[in-house]
Design a protein around this ligand. Sequence first.
Ligand code: C2E
Ligand code: SIN
Ligand code: SIN
Ligand code: FE
Ligand code: FE
Length: 681
Amino acid sequence: MIFKDWYCDIMSKGGKKVSECLAFSGGFDKSYDFLNLLNVIVLSLDVDGRVVFINRKGCEILECSKEDILGKDWFDNFIPKRVRGEVKGVFEMIMRGELKPVEYYVNPVLTKGGKERVISWRNTILYDESGKIVRVLSVGEDITQLELQNRTLRVLYELTRGLVSEKLEPLARARKVTEMCVKEFGVSLAWIGRAESDGSVRILAWYPEDHDYVKDLIIRWDDTPYGRGSTGRAISKKEAIVIEDVTLNGGFSPWREKALAFKLRSVASFPMILKDGVYGVLTVYSDSVGFFNEDLKEIFQVMANIAASALENAFLFEESQKKLKMLQALRNIDLAITGSLDPNLTLNVILNEVIHALEVDAATFLKLNTWTKELEYVAGRGLIGHRIKDRVVRLGEGIAGKSALEKRILWLEKFDEAEPRLDVFEEEGFVSYVAAPLISKGRILGVLELFARKPLEIKEDWLSFLEALTNQLAIALDNLELLTDLEKANVKLFQAYESTIEALAKALELKDRETEGHSERVVALTLKIAKKLGLEGDDLLNIRRGALLHDLGKLAIPDSVLLKPDKLTDEEWEIMKKHPVYAFELLSKIEYLRPALDIPYYHHERWDGSGYPKGLKGEEIPLPARIFAVVDVYDALTHDRPYRKAWSEEEAIEYIKRESGRLFDPKVVKAFLEVIEEKRK
Ligand code: C2E
Ligand code: SIN
Ligand code: SIN
Ligand code: FE
Ligand code: FE
């Protein structure tokens, strides 16, 4: 090594010659020209710290000419302020002989351009003949890059260890990365932002935490002025973007003043790239112009990549939690719909789920009245007052009306005069508002409104969740509505049926004048016994219908027979015995009355099999008919007939008791007697 030879040469020749040589300040002795060939800095300072010699490599690193350096105070001009005191202190102690020369010493130097380089020094002290210290001679190696690599490795090690082992929240992870950027790589500010699908950049974490520059910083990554900074371009171009000097033109306009106020002079943004695109960005700032050299760019890109993968897992987890929550909400809504018969209850359950899942404060459901073209309040949760319930919104009016008309989700962060329910919203303290149309089979059913009393952050996954919810909701509501429509139709039909039946029964009574009120009375008594015997539900409905219509067949019996005030002849009796068959023929043609046929058809069958029209015996006879037979005979006996006078109740009861087990089912008679007993009390 040339340097080593030279060094040995100096040392072997003793202090005198060396001191003479070094005293020559013009450019060193010609014989030391070769020092300019060395790829290390050769520097000599006098006892006051002034430069008496520097070689070409030294000039190169400091970005100065020899003349710029020679004679200057080394520490004041070439040592960064933050370490100046310490480095100079060490130097002075050596010069005073208080400290042995430090063999190996690392400190940064400051270039003319304001950059720092890290230099590893080897020093030796030169004495004059009297043994007095006159010079320090240093040989320095630029280890900036090496040092950076070491630091990078250390940081990466620390980061990956921390991020993998510690169960850090996504935001804590992001913060850790920004902290490393500042603490280890000398930037003044670092932040990590997420590229949202709406073109905005959401700042997730920054360091230093108390740095006010990030407050209210608007940054985008779309084609707006806010998207043309390093951040926006780094995200859209998927590559690192450096702005060497924020004062120069080239895409820093919206932030220039603010950046300068915070002494931020250069910016660099590094995309955080994941498998399926750019996740976000790492943006770092320095207080010096041109801070971001190639090495640093590489390092920050690595930091950005680490941040990306560290955040990815965390966010994937968050994402899946959200999806789970959404599925649960959808499922709960499904359950509410299938499990409840009360549409209003169902709506309330649905709105609760919606509020919970979408993290809003209140929700209402407005139904479109297709006649008036107005949206009417149907249900709401989370409301404080009641006034909103009385307000209708015309189609096309306000956000809700517009959302229904245009069939798309609309939202508003601030309410304005165009909103017809402004007063109510203000009263409720709502600040954010979203209206989502409920569309089923292309038809607008209504609008789901969401309200928040704090500003709502509307993000893409939130919106797609809302969309899924409203789709499901619309189908469900459509079905509910169908159901209620059907139910309504059924009620109407039911009422129509019932009045038809009653009309028929009345028609018979008009014809068979003497039995007036008979059908009403037998219905009441029959139902009481039937309930006593454990019948319920539809059976009771059909018993009621059957009892009302039991003698409908008598409509087909000629008046001469039906109204005969005397005993019937055999032929007449044959005709009369047909009335249950006529009833059957008439009523079986009506679908909904078929289950009610037991009584009209079998009410003259007898327990012992001696009845008509089939001669059924015992339990072959349907129970409703067995019950009714008792009631019918009791009521017939206790009322006048054209062919005889009414019996007393006691006589009739005696008759029933006597015929129990012969004409009548004993179980039914027992129940009948109980009911009669209760009635008499
Ligand atoms: P209804 O008058 O409503 O009588 C219904 C049932 O009550 C009769 O069914 C019978 O089981 C019982 N019942 C009614 N009156 C008497 C009675 O005086 N004595 C006894 N032991 N039981 C009585 P039934 O017998 O199958 O008759 C069916 C329908 O035929 C009667 O309905 C009535 O409309 C008619 N009917 C029966 N007997 C005569 C009669 O002698 N003269 C006339 N004109 N009609 C009769
Ligand atoms: C020293 O530490 O002795 C001086 C090193 C330098 O010149 O910066
Ligand atoms: C950017 O260039 O997009 C960053 C703007 C800033 O933070 O000042
Ligand atoms: Fe009858
Ligand atoms: Fe009868």
